[in-house]
Structures are given as C-alpha cells and as structure tokens.
Design a protein around this ligand. Structure first.
Ligand code: ADP
Ligand code: MG
Length: 786
C-alpha cells in the first residue's frame, strides 16, 4: 500500500550539505510490523517523516495506495497526516496544557468529528492502552510509559492505516519498553506499523520484518515486498480547525500562564484607560459647555424691536454686566474722553412689516429654539363681581427690557396702574413644550389649553401689584393675601371695539358705559386658568407681572379689530379720534396698535439654538438689510455678540491632542502584544509541530495564535474600560471639590464598546506577524525543538 521510490533528501546548512536519504526504495504491505534499524544519523527519522508527510522529499516518489504524491498540495498532505497516519515519537510530544483526553481528541477535533463521538472514541482508545483512570490528568502528572501510551492512543484515535513510531521506547526502561512493544505489536495486527529503533533485540523479538539502514539507504531487508501494483483509492477527508477549537486551545494555554497574561492585558489596557478617561471628561465638559451656552443664549436673545436703540459698545456692556458673561473693556490712555449719551444711543425706527415677518418666519428652523413676538393691544375687558360689571383697566407693554412701556391712549382704560398685559410666544414650529411649560411653573390651575385661557404671572415671592388685583375686581381693602383658588377660574369678557365704543354726534368715539349689557352679549370670554411663576432655573423673565396670554390671541384680536369702525376712523385721521387731540406720527401708531389696528409686533425675540447658529441667524438678519438705505434697515440687538464663544471647538482640540498622546500608549501596547505573542510562538513551537503532525493546516496554526491575541485583546479592552469606569468616580469627586461641577466624567457606552473593539483590533494586528511566523514553521523542526 505504501511505496518509497528512489527517495532522496538532503539538508543544507550554510555551505554544508548533508545527505539524509540517498535513494531509498522500499515497499510496505497493508498489514505488517516493520522495524527500521540503523545507527543514529543514518536517516531513519528523515524517512519516517517523509512517509508520514511531515517532511517533503527532494526527488523520487512516495506512492500511497497506487497514487503518486508528486503533485500533492499542502491540503492533501494535511489530510493525509490527519486521516491515514498516526505518529508516535520518542519524546511523546503531548500538548502539556491540555488534559490526556483533550490530547487524544485533538486529531479528531481537526477532522471535525462531533463532540460526543470524539469523547467516546478517545475513551475507547485510552481504555485500550490501559489509561481509563487518568482521562483528566495533565501529561506532566503521568510517568514516561503512561505518556507514551497516551501518544499511542492519540495515534490510534483517528483509526489511521499507518502508525509511524520513532524510537517509541527510547526513553523508557526495559520493563516499560516491553509493555509498550506489546501494545504496538497488538496494534500491528490490523495496521501497517513502521517503527524506527536502534535496539536490535526489541526488533527481533517483536517485528515481522527488519529493514537495516545505513548512510541514507537500505542495506538489508528481511522480508522485502516486491509486488508494486495496488490501486485501492482512498479519499482523504480534508481537515480544518474551527475557531472555537483554536479559542479553547489558546484559552487553556493562557490559563497556564495567568499572571503573565493578566499583566500583559493590564499593560495593554493603559492606553485604553487613558483614552476612555479623556473621552469621558470631554464628554462631560462638552455637556457643561452646551448647557452654559443655551443658558447664555436664553438670557441674551436677539431682539428686534420697533423702537430699536442703536446701542454703542459701552451701553451694551452695561446691559451685559447683569449677566454672568460680563467682560469689561479697558482703554489705555492718559486722557479723559467726553461723550454725549444722547448722541451715542440713537433710536432707530424699525419697520416690522409683513415682509420682514415673513422673512423671519422663513428662517431655518434648525437654527432657532424659538421666536417670540410681543404685540401691544389694549383689550376691552369686563369683570363681573356679584351683580356689578366693571371695566378692567390695563397697562400694556413689555417688561423684559426694563419697565413697562406704556401707551397713552387717552381712552381712560389704560393707566400705569392697570393690569399688566403681556403675550408669550405661541409654540414655535415643531417645539414639544410651549413657551410657558418651558419657563414657568404652574402654582395653581393648569397650563392654558386654548387661546382664551390666560395666566396670572406673579414674581418669585408670589407677589403681585395690588392695583392689578383691584383692577381685576378683587377686593384689596385690608387684604394681605388672596388664595390661588379664588383667582384660578376668574372669567373676563372681551368686548369688541364696535360694541365697546360709540360714535358721538361730534364725530369722535367714546367708550360706552352699559357694562352689564355688554357683558351679557360679549362674544368672547377669557379665563384665568393658572397662576404661574418663573421656573427657578430659568434666567429670563419675559412676562411681566399681571396677565399673560398667547400671542395667537392677540393675532386673533388684531385680525378682527383691524376692520372696526374706530380703527378705520383712526387710520384716516391725524387726531386722536377719542380726545380729538392732535397726534404725531409715533403716537398715532401707538394708538392704532393699542386699538388693534396694527398687526406689526412691538418686539421680536429670537432664541438661537447655540452660538454657531446664532452667527448664522445674525448673518441672515444682516442679509435683509443688504442694499437697503438706512431708513428701511431693520436694526437688531444682539446682546450675546461679544460673549466669549466657548464653543466645542476648543474642547475638541484639547480632546484630540490628549487622545493622540494616549494613543501612543496604545501603540506601545500593540508592540508589546506582538512581542508577547512572539514569545508564545517560541514557547509553543513544539505544540505547533504536534498539531501539524496531527493534520493541522498552516491556517489553523495562525488561528491558534490569533485566538490567543483575541483573548488578550478582549481582556485588556474590558479591563481598560472597567478601570476607566471605576476611575470616573474619584475623578468626578476631585473635579466636584475643585469646581463644584458634579458628574463631569461620564463614560459613553458607545465609546466603551469602540475602545474594546480598538483594543481587539490592535492586539490582533500586533499578534498577526508572529501568528504568520508560527504558521510558516517547518513541522519537523518544530517537533525537534525543545
Ligand atoms: P536518524 O534518525 O537515523 O538518527 P536523521 O534522519 O535524524 O537520522 O538524520 C539524518 C542526517 O540528516 C543526519 O546526519 C542529520 O544530522 C541530518 N539532518 C536531519 N535533519 C536535519 C536538519 N533539519 N538540518 C540539517 N541536517 C539534518
Ligand atoms: Mg532519529
């Protein structure tokens, strides 16, 4: 079944060429026990290795079952070793970190035998060699004879046709040798056994046929086999190691050197720890910066007002001095500068016409958090207490930029002491929370559900001007407090201009005084649905004390009143249509606005999302003024304009630099893992040889070492993020003690996952070169190594 035809093999070391086999011709029967005798150095091992497919011949041919091997590929040799040949070595060559059972199973593992069958067959052969009791021991817990029995069991496990034994008793005492020889003899009953020995007595005693070897060729054969032709073909089952097997193999190997692996993983994890900490810190700082930014921008919206003040830097700075972002500019000079305040703050009249409002509405909704409008409309409201109906005197204006801006209407309805009216922005585009929900707490009642729901705004101490309450029809005589419950639910009637004013014979308009009748016929009723107060963490109080309602209510009122008689008359006349006094242009517009005849807002507040979008908004507003003459320009006030822009840019930069530094330690880790893997390859050289002898492919060897680095990489990654996570607690404590900022360092889970992945990838890269080196190792040399 096996023919060696004129096989030659020589080794070249440096300039010296050693001929190991010098034209060997020998045929073997399917079933015999052949002993090869010869002095050491005569080429016996070389021949055995070539027969077993571990080593390649230089010339000649090896014919297996009638098939020439000259065209064998690596995969064919691997399969041949795995399926057809079992090796038994003088030095046993067991894998020391695997149990006896695992050692015996390895060949079957490589050829993909199922776990159950593997176990069953391994136990069977171990029983056959008399080792049932030692299944779970490690090789170093056995005697030499026992180890050789394990090796024999391993050779038998895959049920090969050929057993190749290289001085199997060379390291054993006489008694043990005889026991092993008995075992081999028994095996030879149904297999071809080729045994190399330099002990002629043992050969005589046990072998069927003795071949004498000298200087690389056969000098005598006791029972030559001349018939050559045989052609039973056999299919070789290809071998392959699953990645799981590789993992298990390396896992068990690593388990034998826990300390080293642990330290390596720890050292390799330092880079990961550094990067993870830096990322968590920058994460936290970025969050702080973001919240600082939005606070700042909430405090300093861009304001477009009908009466804009072209403020100079100095006045702007004074305004900003209230905020946390104040930064004074100092001048270097030895002179005193004189200035005229009036010249420095010139009022500019902005025309907030529909075209401009449309322009504002077309602003990119990604840039703005909200846009708030304040319109000024005096409302004709009536309140009924008991049976008495009285008008509610109002004072219209805005309180945000300090003090109410009162409109003198002369209607008798508006007074400095009237109920403060203000409107809040309607929900902007796709905002989830309304302006009120975001900035005001409900103390009693509930947030408005419709346009006709209003709220009563109190200050931080729940105070409200007594005149406000008086005008709303509450008794204030000898009263210090009013229960929320008495306020919530208060109903007011809104009376349209046409109903409220009548034209006298003289052509002017005066308010009527049949309040009870108007009350009963009112078209719209308004309810105070809640008492609200600015939230504690909100900096801006846009709404003044008094009554606040949605801007959409104002829009509705204006839409209706624009066509009322009094408004139409006022539009035509340069006199106050109520008092018949002469009006200047500004007063006329104020009065019209008060009467609901002017839809232009008094002020627009634009709240940008962040500093970056604020710049875009400012550019957008500037673009409107492009090529317009001064009169038609719309001037805005950007209070936050000189606030230091603590954008993420700086943070990103710092993070990048730090990460770059920490990455250096990652590179160090990479090199270290490369070295460790290289050392491991050196240590496991013998194992590589054994695995190759058992039919492992080069690829499988690479796998074994990739599995090892994978384990190290995973450990170091996990260790790294665990340590980094644990470190965030003391780091946060320190930062909190130093700056008062709590929980700054926060490890983002995505970063953690990424870092584990990076650790794995880097160690795999670091280990890949040694793993490739391992695969390239010559199996014969690998087996020879100690
Ligand atoms: P034996 O097993 O009969 O003692 P070997 O087959 O091991 O002999 O070696 C035969 C000859 O080939 C010896 O002279 C040995 O030095 C040489 N040889 C074997 N393997 C190598 C090798 N890898 N490199 C160089 N010389 C080798
Ligand atoms: Mg030898």
């Amino acid at each position: 079944m096996l023919q060696v035809k004129n096989v030659k093999k020589s080794y070249t070391t440096g300039e010296f060429t050693q001929i190991a086999l010098n034209g060997v011709n020998i045929n073997f029967r399917e079933n015999e026990f052949v002993a090869i005798l010869g002095q050491s150095g005569s080429g016996k091992t070389t021949l055995l290795n070539i027969i077993g497919g571990l080593d390649q011949y230089d010339s000649g041919d090896l014919i297996i079952n009638g098939k020439s091997t000259t065209n064998f590929k690596d995969a064919d040799w691997d399969a041949y070793r795995n399926n057809s040949v079992g090796f038994v070595f003088q030095s046993y060559n067991l894998i020391t970190h695997l149990s006896i059972l695992d050692n015996v199973e390895m060949g079957m593992t490589l050829s993909g035998v199922s776990a159950d069958e593997k176990k069953q067959r391994a136990v069977e052969v171990l029983e056959r060699v008399g080792l049932t009791e030692h299944l779970h021991k490690k090789p170093n817990q056995l005697s030499g004879g026992q180890m050789q029995r394990v090796a024999i069991a391993r050779a038998l496990a895959n049920d090969p046709d050929i057993i190749l034994a290289d001085e199997p008793t060379g390291a054993l005492d006489t008694t043990t040798s005889e026991q092993i020889m008995d075992l081999i003899k028994e095996i030879a009953d149904d297999k071809l056994v080729i045994m190399v020995t330099h002990n002629p007595e043992l050969a005589e005693q046990y072998a069927d046929r003795i071949v004498n070897f000298r200087d690389g060729h056969v000098i005598h054969d006791s029972n030559p086999y001349l018939e050559a032709e045989e052609s039973s073909h056999y299919d070789l089952k290809k071998t392959s190691m699953s990645f799981f097997t590789a993992l298990k193999l390396s896992g068990k190997n690593i388990a034998t050197k826990k300390w080293r692996t642990g330290l390596t993983a720890f050292a390799a994890s330092i880079g990961i720890i550094g990067i993870a900490l830096i990322l968590s810190l920058s994460n936290g700082f970025q969050k702080q910066i973001d919240s600082f930014q939005s606070d700042a921008l909430a405090e300093f919206p861009i304001i477009v007002s009908q009466q804009a003040v072209n403020m100079d830097e100095e006045s702007l700075n004074e305004l900003r001095a209230d905020g946390p972002l104040h930064k004074k500019e100092f001048v270097k000079s030895n002179k005193v500068f004189l200035y005229n305040p009036e010249e420095n703050s010139v009022t500019h009249k902005n025309d907030l016409n529909q075209k401009y409002l449309d322009y504002l509405n077309a602003i990119d909704s990604d840039w703005v958090r909200s846009i708030g409008y304040t319109r000024v409309v005096g409302m004709n409201m009536l309140r009924k207490v008991g049976n008495e109906v009285t008008p509610v005197s109002v004072s219209v204006g805005m309180t945000r930029s300090g003090g109410n801006q009162n409109v003198s209407s002369g209607a008798g309805m508006t007074s400095m002491n009237g109920v403060g009216l203000s409107s809040y922005p309607a929900a902007f585009k796709d905002e989830k929370e309304t302006y009120l929900e975001k900035n005001y707490d409900v103390l009693a009642g509930s947030y408005p559900k419709s346009n006709t729901d209003m709220v009563l705004v109190v200050d931080s101490k729940n105070r409200i001007d007594e005149n406000t309450m008086k005008n709303l029809g509450f008794s204030i005589d000898n009263v210090e407090t009013i229960n929320f419950n008495d306020i919530v639910g208060t109903e007011l009637k809104l009376i349209g201009n046409n109903q409220y004013f009548e034209k006298t014979n003289m052509g002017n308009f005066i308010p009527k005084n049949n309040y009870a009748e108007m009350y009963d016929n009112a078209e719209m009723s308004l309810t105070i649905s809640a008492v609200v107060r600015q939230k504690e963490d909100v900096q801006v109080a846009m709404l003044g004390q008094g009554i606040a309602y949605s801007d959409t209510l104002v829009e509705d009122i204006i839409a209706k009143e624009e066509n009322s008689e009094i408004v139409k008359a006022q539009k035509e006349s340069d006199m106050n249509v109520m008092t018949m006094e002469k009006l200047d242009a500004d007063s006329k517009q104020s009065l019209l606005a008060y009467l609901g005849g002017d839809s232009a807002p008094m002020m627009v507040y634009i709240y940008p999302k962040d500093f970056e979008t604020k710049d875009k908004i400012v550019d957008y507003l500037d673009a409107y003024n492009d090529k317009k003459d001064n009169k038609n320009k719309v001037v805005y006030t950007d209070l936050a304009s000189t606030v230091t822009e603590m954008t993420g840019g700086i943070m990103d930069g710092i993070t990048l630099v730090l990460v770059a530094f920490a990455s250096i330690s990652l590179v160090v880790s990479l090199i270290m893992v490369g070295i460790i893997t290289y050392i491991s390859v050196l240590e496991r050289t013998k194992e590589i040889g054994v695995l190759r002898a058992l039919g492992a492919r080069k690829k499988d060897i690479t796998r074994v070492f990739n599995a090892e680095t994978l384990i190290i990489g995973t450990c170091s990654g996990l260790l790294g993020i665990t340590i980094a996570y644990a470190l965030t607690f003391p780091v946060n404590q320190i930062i909190e003690n130093m700056t008062g900022l709590a929980n700054v360092a926060q490890l983002n889970p995505i970063h953690a996952l990424l870092l584990v992945a990076i650790s794995i990838i880097l160690t795999l890269i670091g280990g890949s070169i040694p793993a490739k080196m391992a695969a390239k190792k010559d199996p014969v040399e690998a087996l020879r190594s100690e």
